[in-house]
Design a protein around this ligand. Structure first.
Ligand code: 5GP
Length: 180
């Protein structure tokens, strides 16, 4: 187990307090779909200042290259606003670097990053992470929004999956993790 449900609850509550302290006048949280949705939903309920949300969805051109494109853009204009990009996990940092470049071009007043998980061991490009839930080792995380082939997102905790087994069979962990 990488993070139990209680641990996630307390880290999310801490992040909510940190965001509330950093943005007393309110903040716009921009979540990256789909993985960050579960985290965002709990995070907003821990934020005690005015808080708006918006969503971006991205898709990789090719797995592992970090080359992504926006397939669903924001609904709102972020220029002049205090924006926090909310990520489920920062791994190589390539996705984040692309998204920060995209957001920066739009002229927010400030732009920060809040990630639930930081897998620093695999970083390729430096990432400035302003708010971090948990630092994890180089494991393939599943649950609380994190998927493999759209499975496992609905776990209330985070486990380490066996990537080589999952690549053979995406349902490899289903029986043990969803005993029914
Ligand atoms: P990056 O390598 O660009 O930092 O991360 C790209 C994306 O890969 C993340 O947003 C996430 O969707 C996916 N990813 C990276 N590490 C993991 C992991 O351990 N588990 C899962 N389920 N997805 C991951």
């Amino acid at each position: 187990m990488l993070a139990g449900a209680d641990e996630l609850r307390s880290q999310v509550a801490r992040l909510g307090r940190e965001l509330s302290g950093a943005y007393p006048d309110g903040v716009l949280l921009v979540a990256v779909l789909k993985g960050a949705l579960w985290f965002l939903a709990d995070l907003v309920r821990s934020v005690s200042v005015p808080c708006a949300v918006d969503f971006l969805a991205i898709s990789s051109y090719a797995e592992g290259t970090g080359r992504v494109r926006i397939v669903k853009d924001l609904d709102c204009d972020i220029s002049g606003r205090d924006v926090v990009l909310v990520e489920d996990i920062v791994d190589t940092g390539l996705t984040l670097a692309y998204l920060l470049g995209e957001m920066e071009r739009r002229g927010p007043r400030s732009l920060a990053v809040c990630t639930l998980l930081d897998k620093a061991a695999r970083r390729i490009v430096p990432a400035r992470l302003d708010f971090v839930g948990l630092r994890i080792a180089d494991e393939f995380a599943l649950g609380y929004g994190l998927d493999f082939a759209e499975r496992y997102r609905n776990l209330d905790h985070i486990v380490a999956g066996d990537l080589s087994r999952l690549q053979q069979d995406p349902d490899a962990h289903v029986k043990e993790l969803f005993p029914g």
